[in-house]
Ligand binder design. Structure first.
Ligand code: FBP
Length: 555
């Protein structure tokens, strides 16, 4: 197999562990902290997790390892979307497991949680795992989006674990996967299976974070990759001075990725979905807001700029959410067939006009025709509109153009407006992990094994103090139930880890808010360039600006 020179070098990179995990397995001791309570709804969560609720927070410290000598057979699963560093979680887990006892075994269940249910696995050895060190992607065992959530699935998982003598399962996933890890841990405890479950916080979206988890892995690398691309576009834009670039960035729901990219690159406009929802902005108001920046820059002779748009923004526009709900209802059941049989778009349009309320029809009517058609043609297997496929970068540029045309007709705007469109998502999810993600992920995996070795169940691997050099990081575990509250999901009250949206009173957003008016009008672009893996620590070991601001650091 031919591998690139960078990959060859990265295979040799030795990820940095937190200081207290550096002295070898024999010197990792555990310090129990205080018992924990769930984030909210304590009584309900306790009743649902009688065996795993309220456990102590724990921290590893330098000292004599007192964990019981027991052969460990561990299974690992990658769950959900790819995030840079996933391979290193597995490598860290494997290295700690083998360093503890060379007889220990690591199973990798293939293709996500379904690999566990289908008993589809591989057994790691040095030769196999060494090809994946410090590389991006999840191809080491693959990932999938099957949810482990029903009693039947848990029973199958218990059987598969019994068959192989598995003592613990590590689930590497986002908020949903770790919620399910907690439920599985409770099931295993309630059924006296002796199998432990440990979670690791993954997602480029950055929305699995709370008082204990400072950030999910992959966010750092993905944002740096997008920021490099946005910076490159900004420089092109500032060179040719002829385009407005509308750039959508991934992040299914929360706007952490867009916000971090804005802090990194200082574009003229960046929408933040959480603010759109808070201010109940309409599509027309958003278009006006962008058009205002275009007009102000045009007045200074600057007919170019960059607009960053978070992937999920349209779902946060109240009138648009109502429109989507109405469309889903309009095409429910046999109505979909009646609609599909209509021959022309004009006939379909008439059908839509008859089915939507006046208010939603008014919203629908202002959308560009390509977007209108997308809403009706691209449906998921349940017949629902696939909001994530809506090309919001094109939607907003078309709406801004319409606004500017109207302003031109009214004689208030005389500039030129020509748009380019981009969507950065998959470009960042499998990049070579930054040094930060390589180190963080390896530490999460290594630490996950120490939690297993000390007998913990239903814990999330926790590595903290991340804005400091790795030497000063801390490592330990937090009961997953501590992060839970009750939420309404699909018509039922469910215990879930709270998804972290951008906080409008948080420091990252406030910094952005304090600067965005200047960025809108001036050309204040910054060019972060490519992720650096070798060189001075000030360049190579940087964390995100979001984390730096949250920790009160200057940049
Ligand atoms: P996870 O939450 O599973 O980590 O995935 C996040 C994500 O990358 C989103 O940013 C994006 O909207 C989605 O996955 C895309 O999913 P898919 O890979 O199924 O297209």
């Amino acid at each position: 197999m031919v591998i690139s020179p960078l990959q060859k070098e990265r295979l040799k990179y030795a990820p940095k562990l937190p200081g207290m995990l550096r002295n070898g397995i024999a010197e990792i001791s555990v310090q129990e902290g205080a018992p924990t309570q769930s984030a909210a709804d304590q009584e309900k969560i306790q009743a649902l997790f009688p065996n795993t609720y309220g456990k102590n927070e724990i921290t590893f410290v330098k000292g004599q390892n007192t964990s019981p000598a027991k052969k460990q057979v561990v299974g690992v699963i990658l769950s959900g979307g790819q995030a840079p560093g996933g391979h290193n979680v597995v490598c860290g887990l494997y290295d700690a497991l083998k360093a503890t006892n060379s007889e220990n075994v690591l199973y990798g269940f293939k293709g996500g949680p379904s690999g566990l249910l289908e008993d589809n696995y591989l057994i790691f050895d040095d030769e196999y795992i060494d090809q994946f060190r410090n590389t991006g992607g999840f191809d080491i065992i693959g990932s999938g989006r099957t949810k482990l959530e029903t009693e039947e699935q848990f029973a199958v998982a218990a059987e598969v674990a019994k068959k192989h003598g598995i003592t613990a399962i590590v689930i590497i996933g986002g908020d949903d996967s770790n919620t399910n890890a907690a439920v599985l841990a409770e099931y295993f405890a309630a059924h006296n299976t002796g199998v432990q479950v440990i979670g690791c916080p993954k997602t480029i979206d950055g929305d699995l974070k709370n008082d204990d988890i400072e950030c999910s892995f992959g966010f750092d690398t993905a944002c740096k990759t997008y920021s490099e691309l946005i910076g490159n576009i900004e420089r092109d834009c500032n060179s040719s001075k002829k385009y407005w670039h509308f750039i959508k960035v991934m992040g299914r729901s929360a706007s952490h990725v867009a916000l971090e990219c804005a802090l990194e690159t200082q574009p003229n406009v960046c929408l933040i979905s959480e603010e759109v929802a808070e201010k109940k902005m309409s599509l027309s108001q958003i278009a006006d807001y962008i058009a205002d920046a275009v007009e102000k820059r045009a007045a200074k002779g600057l007919n170019f700029g960059v607009v960053v748009i978070p992937e999920g923004v349209v779902e946060f526009v109240p009138e648009f959410s109502v429109l989507i709900q109405e469309i889903n209802e309009l095409l429910a059941g046999s109505n979909a067939d009646a609609f599909n049989q209509l021959g022309t778009w004009a006939e379909k349009y008439a059908f839509i006009e008859k089915g939507l309320t006046k208010e939603s029809m008014a919203v629908f009517a202002i959308l560009p025709e390509a977007i209108q058609q997308q809403l009706f043609l691209e449906r998921d297997p349940h017949g629902n509109v696939q909001v994530s496929l809506i090309e919001s970068e094109k939607l907003f540029s078309a709406m801004v153009k319409a606004k500017l045309d109207a302003r031109k007709a009214a004689g208030t705007y005389t500039g030129k407006f020509s748009a380019q469109h981009h969507f950065f998502g998959y470009e960042g999810r499998c990049a070579f992990p930054s040094n930060f993600d390589a180190d963080y992920c390896y530490s999460l995996g290594y630490n996950a094994f120490m939690l297993i070795q000390y007998g913990y169940n239903g814990y999330l691997s926790k590595v903290a103090n991340l804005s400091k050099p790795a030497e000063e990081w801390t490592a330990g575990g937090m009961p997953i139930t501590k992060m839970m509250n009750m939420e309404r999901r699909h018509g039922e009250d469910k215990p879930v880890i709270k998804k972290a949206l951008v906080e409008l009173d948080g420091k990252p957003f406030q910094y952005f808010e304090a600067h965005r008016e200047t960025w809108a009008v001036e050309t204040a672009f910054t060019y972060p360039g490519a992720i650096q893996y070798y060189g001075p620590a000030e360049v190579c070991d940087l964390t995100t600006k979001t984390l730096a601001l949250e920790k009160g650091m200057e940049f």
